[in-house]
Ligand binder design. Structure first.
Ligand SMILES: NC(=O)c1ccc[n+]([C@@H]2O[C@H](COP(=O)([O-])OP(=O)(O)OC[C@H]3O[C@@H](n4cnc5c(N)ncnc54)[C@H](OP(=O)(O)O)[C@@H]3O)[C@@H](O)[C@H]2O)c1
Length: 307
């Protein structure tokens, strides 16, 4: 069962990406997606939703908050959000972090954030200041665990050493770009850091923006604001990966994206891949990853195809 190392959080195999809420999924559809996802999460796993203040300028958090309030499900959920004051000169200055956390708590209609990420590194603010501000939120009970997103290996090590030296809350997880089409960013350096320091990894764009669902094929027109980003993977390597996914998916009788997510979930240090769907039907295609067991040979086939 996926456990976020160094925490008491037992989370679902799939972390549900919420950047679609208020963007490609309207509020009623977002509610239906959340209902479907929670129904499919077996206890004692906790449904794990990933949002950020910057998603739809708070709209994603607001929709998630409204849904939790309406369903009375806050205590069942693990809620991750991110301090994203991107437009600020010093995004991770102490005052910005505290103000951002208060806005997120209001949007989410909750008194605590389970996992609070620094959305992006901020080289203009001393790590001491950022980490002390996060620690104060933890001490106040407004945040349970802090985590890093989009940090380089070097800065992540610096951050971990800084929190150790100061005796403050450390980043317990790393959110990073990682999937079958995008491996070096994580595998070349960050993975070693995560392994050596006991960090849990939550890969985002787990479906390569939709490419790993198999719907992007030469000549196909896909109606999605993500189509431009996902189309960069169309080509010889993409064909190899989709063929391998297709072969494994057929052997198990599951949709392609479920196989892509299971491969990612099986990689060392990965706790749960983060992926979204903009309809209930799309999310239903992802959920079979929860019970899917790949053979070593199938895992190797996918790894080799994506090399
Ligand atoms: N930390 C960061 O900087 C960062 C950056 C990006 C994302 N994230 C997080 O990671 C999460 C996942 O990333 P993502 O949602 O952007 O990308 P993704 O999971 O790689 O791709 C999801 C998209 O693929 C398409 N899709 C999914 N299932 C499908 C199916 N069965 N059939 C056809 N199409 C399907 C949908 O888009 P269409 O229908 O529009 O094609 C869906 O929104 C986000 O929600 C967010 O929480 C974090």
């Amino acid at each position: 069962m996926p456990q976020l190392p160094g925490t008491d959080l037992t989370v679902s195999d799939l972390c549900l990406g919420a950047n679609v809420f208020g963007w490609t999924a309207d509020e009623p559809t977002s509610f239906a997606i959340l209902d479907r996802y929670v129904d499919a999460t077996p206890s004692p796993q906790q449904p794990f939703v990933d949002t950020a203040e910057s998603y739809g300028k708070g709209e994603s958090e607001r929709i998630l908050g409204a849904w939790m309030a309406e369903r009375g499900l806050r205590d069942r959920m693990v809620v991750a959000t991110k301090a994203s004051p991107l437009e600020k000169e010093h995004p991770l200055a102490a005052g910005e972090i505290v103000a951002a956390a208060e806005r997120s708590l209001r949007n989410l209609q909750t008194d605590r954030i389970d996992v609070y990420y620094a959305h992006y590194d901020d080289a203009t603010t001393p790590l001491e200041e950022t980490l002390t501000a996060f620690d104060e939120l933890v001490t106040a009970g407004k945040v349970r665990y802090v985590a890093a997103s989009n940090y380089s290996a070097k800065r992540l090590v610096e951050a971990l050493e800084t929190s150790e030296r100061l005796g403050v809350a450390r980043y317990s997880a790393l959110q990073t770009h990682y999937n079958l089409m995008e491996r070096p960013v994580f595998e070349d350096e960050l993975r070693d850091v995560a392994e050596a320091r006991g960090l849990g990894v939550l890969p985002y764009f787990a479906l390569a923006k939709g490419f790993l669902t198999g719907k992007y094929r030469p000549g196909e027109q896909i109606d999605s604001p993500r189509a431009k980003g996902a189309s960069v993977y169309v080509g010889e390597r993409g064909d190899r990966v989709l063929a391998a996914l297709g072969q494994v998916a057929e052997a198990h009788g599951v949709p392609l994206p479920a196989v892509a997510l299971r491969w990612l979930a099986d990689q060392p240090t990965v706790v749960a891949p983060i992926a979204s769907g903009r309809t209930v039907e799309q999310v239903a295609d992802l959920l079979p990853m929860q019970d899917l067991v790949l053979t070593d040979e199938q895992r190797r086939l996918l790894t080799d195809a994506s090399a």
